[in-house]
Design a protein around this ligand. Structure first.
Ligand code: SAH
Length: 256
């Protein structure tokens, strides 16, 4: 079952309305990241009979911490910001979210009322969901956005039998923590290869994230790609070391 993640919600009434929407649509897993206010008693006073969701809610200090064990992360945004992302409508993404939730932790992230999700927060998301609206007024109330997304998940889940994990992958899908490690490694390798001399690291890495966001790597694949990045970095560092060393200082590794 997907987890609803509210990033820095500012208004307790919105948390309550989001919890109510989750209960209406059969979602139970909630994570609150650095909420301005969290008072289970008041929340359940507004959204009656939601104690199971509120009592089990996870509190996290940072979004990275909240998403560390997630294998598929979908962000939400009122409007596309930078071009280099995978933007999707909820109706299109809902079946995929349910499928992914059968074999890993899926998180759907909602931003704060006044600012939405930052670019750094959206970088942690594999895809970004935009609820279609009238063009001149795209920004929905936080809890209403949660309701519409949860409703699409509910409709997509109706009539579909629970899918079993395929078992094809021995290690299961890569977690956010594993993917972040992979991006660090790739960036280190590209940096050593001077790839960022003529290109902006931030936008290159955003495209790399977008591409991998579409593919759904398993843990083994993520580790292999991380090794590619580290190997490139290490090898280039060694070559550079040899070049600057005296000619007679040849080690067992100097085969050129
Ligand atoms: N002023 C902010 C709006 C934040 S609304 C901005 O312009 O970005 C609070 C949250 O509700 C958003 O971060 C997003 O998670 C969700 N939301 C609001 N409208 C949405 C829409 N049309 N599609 C998807 N999510 C939406």
């Amino acid at each position: 079952m997907p987890t609803i993640v509210l990033h820095q919600p500012q208004d307790l009434v919105n948390i309550a309305a989001a919890v109510r929407a989750m209960a209406n649509m059969g979602l139970e897993r909630l994570t609150l990241v650095d909420p301005a206010e969290f008072d289970p008693w008041r929340i359940t006073g507004i959204a009656h009979r939601t104690e199971p969701i509120v009592e089990a809610a996870r509190l996290a200090d940072t979004l990275e911490e909240a998403l560390a064990d997630a294998t598929y992360v979908v962000g939400t945004s009122a409007r596309p910001r930078t071009a280099q992302r995978n933007y999707r409508r909820p109706r299109e993404l809902a079946p995929r979210i349910l499928r992914r939730a059968a074999s890993g932790n899926v998180a759907i992230v909602f931003g704060r009322e006044d600012r939405g999700l930052s670019n750094e927060a959206l970088d942690l998301c594999h895809e970004v969901m935009v609820i279609p609206t009238a063009p001149g007024y795209p920004s929905l109330n936080l809890a209403q956005a949660v309701l519409l997304v949860s409703y699409e998940l509910f409709l997509a889940g109706e009539g579909t039998p629970d899918e079993l994990p395929t078992g094809r992958r021995s290690l299961g899908p890569a977690t956010t923590a594993e993917l972040e490690e992979m991006f660090v490694a790739l960036e280190a390798g590209l940096d050593r290869a001077e790839f960022f001399k003529a290109r902006k690291a931030e936008s290159v890495m955003r495209i790399v994230r977008t591409v991998f966001g579409r593919t759904g790597l398993d843990a083994h694949e993520a580790r292999l790609i991380a090794s590619i990045g580290y190997q490139v970095r290490n090898r280039l560092e060694r070559l550079e070391g040899q070049r600057s060393a005296a000619p007679e200082a040849t080690g067992p590794d100097n085969r050129t």
